[in-house]
Design a protein around this ligand. Structure first.
Ligand SMILES: Cc1cc2nc3c(=O)[nH]c(=O)nc-3n(C[C@H](O)[C@H](O)[C@H](O)COP(=O)(O)O)c2cc1C
Length: 196
């Protein structure tokens, strides 16, 4: 796949073990909100596609080239949007297993938008108590606004809650600011980008 070098790269990781997925809907709504603010190249990685491949592998060198390419996309993204359904009070095991393969210094300073869905609001703070510490380990720059949606916020697989949509818009504003910082840094490293 050839990428426009002038576009910032947003990589979405959805920890959905199955389809259809409310978590994917939430993540795509967030991505669309970011894409309305800044021109970006985006890639969506779904656990449902790679779970069976990574589940049996314990070392990165044993992963397929296709999964390795996805890991490299995660590590080189200008913005990560990560989303997981809540399973037993946390992100899914496969979501963690994927990030166990990510280099421990690969996400330093990277902006990350944290998202989760759950069956009810009882675990709404999973974004703060589970996802934020994981990306704190990586020394990533998790955005201040993280977003949780429960099943009641959806009509089937359509996001309906105005409150959740407004919170996604606020998070997208924060993401856009971080993308501007990433672009400035890229322009400093490669002045030709300034003309693009
Ligand atoms: C194995 C399993 C464990 C779950 N554990 C929780 C939980 O601890 N807290 C919660 O709020 N929802 C829990 N749920 C509900 C899911 O998080 C919720 O339905 C979610 O929106 C599903 O996302 P998806 O549509 O992307 O698959 C669980 C669901 C499954 C299948």
């Amino acid at each position: 796949m050839s990428l426009n070098p002038h576009l910032l790269r947003v990589v979405v990781v959805v920890g959905n073990p199955a389809r259809p997925s409310r978590t994917k809907v939430l993540a795509e709504t967030a991505l669309n909100a970011v894409a309305r603010r800044r021109a970006v190249h985006s890639q969506v990685i779904e656990l449902v596609d790679i779970g069976p491949q990574i589940g049996a592998v314990l070392s990165r060198k044993d992963l397929s080239d296709a999964v390795e390419a996805r890991l490299q996309a995660i590590e080189s993204a200008d913005l990560l949007i990560v989303a997981s359904p809540v399973y037993k009070g946390s992100y899914t095991g496969l979501f963690k297993h994927l990030f166990d393969f990510v280099g421990y210094e690969a996400l330093v300073g990277k902006p990350v938008l944290l998202l989760a869905t759950g069956g009810s609001d009882r675990h709404a703070l999973v974004v703060e108590h589970q996802l934020r510490p994981l990306f704190g380990f990586f020394r990533a720059a998790s955005l201040p606004t993280a977003v949780f949606a429960s099943e009641a916020d959806f009509d089937g697989y359509q996001l309906k809650s105005e409150a959740v949509i407004q919170r996604l818009e606020a998070a997208a504003d924060e993401a856009a600011t971080q993308l501007d910082v990433a672009r400035l840094q890229a322009m400093r490293a490669e002045p030709a980008l300034a003309a693009a």
